[in-house]
Design a protein around this ligand. Structure first.
Ligand SMILES: [Zn+2]
Length: 403
């Protein structure tokens, strides 16, 4: 992996959301008025007043590190690196009048080793290299007059851009464990050298967090600009595994899995129903129940189920067991429904029924037998057959319109 090839492994939702924001007239107007303002000039004079500029004569190792990274990232703007006095581990990058400003807190410089610093600098330079600074996301996020759709996209984009920047950080430092240590230190503030942040253990916290979020039915994360640190770690782990496999396809598979994890931080009424990780157990067990209606799981259905399976599910074993006793799928579906502490909203139940129809249609059609099984699943959630029929009619209409 080379930093120069960064566009090949940029996290696709980052690119797509940036393009959509750039195309929005409301966003364009705000970009124009922000550029006309005096913000960037202020941030450089603030830096000069309260920070030291990294100069080969003052902080030679940092100056070397940033020069090395800049050489590997052709096309990025001219940079100035500052260190400011602060006990928090932190860093940021911001557009300047003539040069882009990269700033690290003194604690970051004091407590991170060379590899960890390369990760942090690579992350910040990644923001500059990908053009993340061209749209003032922070300003837009604080703007309460922005149309709701744009405002939600700004938040989603802020989280997606962190995934891309983490990748440049990882490639810059060349070590998953150094990236894990740096992310752990920055997220926790714990800098003791005895702390061993294993990438796998750290990423494993994501599953616990996800289970917790699913059980509580929480969905109040959409205003948070950064993905949860264990999610970022898991995203880097999946990316590294994809690279190590040598199979370029694996990066797309990792991208889809990461997009689904980020989907948990989205407001409940956005995006594809199937992408909602909180509802995966319902899609998996319900979908398997529907797929088995004709007695066998087709290859395309098997692939689809593997994509939506909750983490840690042995798909082959689950399919084999369900084949022998299809009714266990209905039981697992009911267990998942009972397992949640918070009541389901009507919207969520609608999304489950709608998503199940989508899965049933994987082989090209939704049969009468599948509808009968869908009604049994819906009954578990307290939806009468008429309600199910309404959703099925809506689904059929939207699909025949090519929506
Ligand atoms: Zn960042």
């Amino acid at each position: 992996m080379r930093l120069a090839d960064r566009d090949a492994w940029r996290f696709p939702p980052d690119r797509d959301l940036a393009a959509r924001l750039r195309a929005s007239p409301a966003v364009q107007r705000r970009i124009a008025s922000t550029v006309a303002g005096s913000g960037p000039r202020t941030s450089r004079s603030a830096m000069l007043a309260s920070a030291v500029m990294v100069d080969p004569a003052v902080l030679p190792h940092l100056a070397r590190a940033i020069a090395g990274l800049r050489d590997q990232l052709p096309g990025i703007p001219d940079l100035e690196l500052f260190v400011y006095n602060d006990a928090d581990l932190n860093g940021f990058v911001t557009p300047g009048q003539s040069r882009t400003i990269v700033a690290l807190s003194s604690a970051t410089v004091n407590h991170l080793d060379a590899e960890e610093l390369a990760y942090v600098l690579g992350h910040e330079l990644g923001h500059a290299a990908y053009g993340h600074l061209d749209i003032p996301a922070g300003v837009l996020a604080a703007d309460r007059t922005l149309p709701i759709g744009d405002a939600a996209r700004v938040r989603s984009w802020q989280r997606a851009m962190e995934i891309s920047a983490d990748r440049t950080g990882l490639v810059a430092c060349g070590s998953l464990s150094a990236a894990a240590r740096a992310l752990f230190k920055v997220a926790s503030g714990i800098v003791a050298t005895s702390v061993v942040a294993s990438p796998q253990l750290f990423a494993g916290q994501w599953q616990r967090l996800a289970d917790e979020v699913i059980a509580a039915g929480d969905r109040d994360f959409h205003h948070i600009s950064h993905p949860f640190p264990p999610l970022r770690m898991r995203a880097m782990l999946l990316f590294q595994e994809a690279i190590d496999s040598g199979d370029p396809q694996r990066i797309s598979v990792a991208d889809r899995a990461i997009a689904a994890m980020l989907g948990m931080m989205e407001p409940s009424d956005s995006g594809e129903p199937i992408a909602d990780l909180r509802l995966r157990a319902f899609f998996f067990w319900g979908g398997l129940y529907l797929a088995l209606e004709d007695g066998a799981v087709a290859l395309c259905e098997n692939q689809r189920l593997a994509e939506i399976a909750p983490d840690g599910t042995d798909v082959a074993a689950a399919v084999a067991a369900a084949h022998a006793q299809p009714e266990t799928c209905l039981e697992r579906f009911a267990e998942a429904f009972r397992g949640r502490r918070r009541r389901f909203s009507a919207l969520e139940i609608h999304r489950i029924v709608y998503g199940l129809l989508d899965i049933a249609r994987t082989d090209g059609r939704v049969s009468a037998g599948e509808i009968a099984r869908l009604e049994r699943l819906a009954e578990v959630m307290g939806v009468p057959p008429q309600g199910c029929a309404l959703v099925a009619a809506q689904f059929a209409k939207e699909r025949s319109d090519g929506a």
